[in-house]
Design a binder for this molecule. Structure first.
Ligand SMILES: Nc1ncnc2c1ncn2[C@@H]1O[C@H](COP(=O)(O)OP(=O)(O)OP(=O)(O)O)[C@@H](O)[C@H]1O
Ligand SMILES: [Mg+2]
Length: 478
């Protein structure tokens, strides 16, 4: 520890400003951790934020000799210069842990800065810190303590594109979840962020046994909806016939080539049982044939998977992680695949099983947007349901999103369930929401706009500190 200044006037039990000793302004930075030896009797740990520089001679908005002198190009005097920082109080340092501070911090109390060798994270961890993530920004040795008890209270990761969310998930969250005894299912929307890094444990779309509904919608889409206009797409004789075929289920055992043959025979037989050669049935047969010509074997391969969600969850128990590569499916199919899994998990909870499972959902606004429509309505409701089950069944939902609130964000009802947050550099549209979360802790939202990739404020239940901490982590450069 190194003395850097003293507490200024107008301090309270939750915050204080500190006046830096001469020269310290060149060394002390925002987010540095300090210990205040409170003249009123206790010791307090806090974070420095929102620094201010002040020079009596250089006050703007009026005419003083100092300003006049500076305007003439003279070197400003530093005689009346001071620097101060706000301290966001983390708490009182107790024998075993940090607890809420209730004493007024006395003006004039001594302030010392924690140096690299001190490691104040151990003070924060207290007895609970069996798990550690990343490190405090600027101090690679200060690993940040995590309280794993709150994992099933769900996690939200927010940051604009390129802020490092997927990296955070890969380097920090997945290992943490697995260490804490959770098996992890990752839904990889683009198939780029996770699948290439877990090659052994990737479940491609083509291996997954899809629900009948998903199969029908996939096939119709590949067959260009048989040329029907938008409003007739879902209910027309050809789609109905396709539904019958899929519901029959025999196709699940076939090879792609046989599948195509069987589909062709049964559809034509079904659409035109009497082999009429003119009029309506013939039109539908034609529509089918035109669509069918577009259906390639590689498309068929995608729907012939045999692995049911229950098998995949069982596999995840052995390998502790499974990445579901959704890249080849359309948005609706991705959501249906997610629902298929979620349904299965909900069934498991009905059988009263402890799940110890985490679902990591990147690109969360696709699943639970601000104003859900169509299939997203079902997935949003499902996510809310699963969140509610979390505590009882040890199920963790971990959502990653570019936006926090509003049109770019996550549905408000879902967001309320995420009790631990990581907030990286945000989009200016999210200033309001981020400010609701962070300005009570003296974090300037403009500081948040300029965070470099891979820096996140860690706040909420899992953080033993009641004040958000700025964390980061090392990555292997490609
Ligand atoms: N801890 C880190 N230190 C340094 N650079 C990092 C760190 N984490 C991430 N980055 C850099 O940031 C880039 C973007 O990361 P990432 O793909 O995780 O962003 P993202 O937030 O998931 O973006 P998107 O919303 O577009 O998916 C990475 O390519 C990496 O180079
Ligand atoms: Mg990403």
């Amino acid at each position: 520890l190194k003395q850097i200044g003293i507490v200024a006037s107008e301090s309270s039990e939750t915050s204080a400003r500190i006046i830096l000793a001469e020269g310290e302004e060149q060394k002390v930075k925002a987010e540095d951790l300090v210990r205040i030896t409170n003249r009123n009797g206790n010791e307090i740990i806090g974070v420095l934020r929102q620094g201010l520089g002040f020079n009596e001679n250089l006050r703007t908005g009026g005419y003083h000799p100092g300003v006049a002198y500076a305007r003439m190009g003279g070197a400003p005097s530093t005689a009346k210069e001071t620097y101060d920082f706000q301290v966001a109080v983390i708490g009182e340092i107790g024998a075993r842990s940090v607890q809420q501070n209730k004493m007024i911090i006395a003006p004039g109390s001594l302030v010392e800065q924690y140096e690299d060798r001190d490691n104040p994270m151990e003070i924060l961890a207290g007895r609970e810190g069996q798990h550690w993530i990343g490190h405090y920004e600027g101090h690679p040795r200060w690993k940040i303590p995590v309280n794993p008890r709150y994992i099933p209270y769900h996690v939200g990761v927010f940051g604009s594109t390129g802020s490092g969310k997927s990296f955070l998930a890969r380097y920090i969250l997945l290992p943490l979840l697995m260490d804490a005894g959770y098996d992890v299912l990752v839904f990889d929307w683009k198939g780029r962020d996770y699948a290439p890094h877990y090659k052994e444990n990737v479940m491609p779309l083509s291996d997954i046994a899809l629900d009948d509904e998903v199969v029908v919608s996939y096939l119709t889409q590949k067959m260009r909806h048989f040329g029907y206009s938008t409003y007739a797409r879902d209910s027309n004789p050809v789609v109905q016939q396709l539904g019958e075929f899929v519901a029959g289920g025999q196709w699940r055992e076939l090879e792609p080539k046989e599948f195509r043959r069987s589909l062709e025979d049964e559809m034509i037989q079904g659409l035109n049982p009497k082999n009429v050669t003119s009029g309506r049935p013939a039109e539908e047969v034609q529509r089918f044939r035109r669509g069918f010509a577009r259906l390639k074997e590689e498309h068929v391969r995608n729907i012939l998977g045999r692995k049911k969600p229950e098998d995949i969850v069982k596999d995840a128990r052995k390998t502790h992680i499974k990445v579901i590569d959704l890249s080849r499916a359309s948005t609706d199919e991705k959501l249906s695949i997610f629902l298929t899994f979620a349904n299965h998990l909900r069934d498991l909870t009905e059988r009263n099983l402890d799940l110890s499972l985490a679902l990591v959902i990147d690109e969360a606004p696709q699943y639970c947007p601000f104003d859900p429509k169509g299939s997203a309505k079902d997935t949003t409701e499902m996510i809310i349901d699963l969140c509610a089950l979390g505590r009882t069944y040890k199920l963790c939902i971990c959502l990653l999103s570019q936006g926090i609130a509003g049109e770019i964000g996550v549905n408000a009802a879902v967001r309320r369930n995420l009790n631990t947050q990581f907030v990286g550099s945000i989009h200016p549209l999210d200033m309001m929401e981020a400010s609701n979360w962070l300005s009570p802790y003296a974090i300037d939202t403009r500081f948040l706009l300029t965070l470099p990739p891979g820096r996140f404020y860690f706040l909420g239940k899992m953080n033993p500190s009641p004040i958000p901490l700025l964390m980061t982590f090392e990555i292997e450069e490609a």
